[in-house]
Design a protein. Sequence first.
Length: 141
Amino acid sequence: MKLPHGAWVVVADGERLLVLENRGDAEAIDLRVMSHATLEARRETEGAGRVPPAGGRRETVAATDWTRLDRMRFVSELAARLDAEAAAGAFATFAVAADPRTLGALRMQWTARVRARLAGEIAAVLTRASVAGIEAAVRRA
């Protein structure tokens, strides 16, 4: 994938985010870390239970998966951040590398403004990769 000077590379999964900027050019990618974030889980998963009878019947309540909900919130906040940064003109183009589930969730939440700036996607988990590893993945894509 060819990324012009100033293009962003967003590397994410449901728990970690890394934003890099290409300080090189389309031929010689030179990514530099701009920001990073990690999900701070707010709650533990609660078990299933029962609620008091309503009309004489006991109702079963499914377990709430707070971790999954926190990950969904994290991805939603990333999509909103990308839209705000695109509106502010912070980047002209970007590429995203994310696991398939996160990538799918992001696609559903991107605005037209963000989609117009998308240069490419990499469906892979690169959040724990080195910057050199991310550069190599971008070159291969």
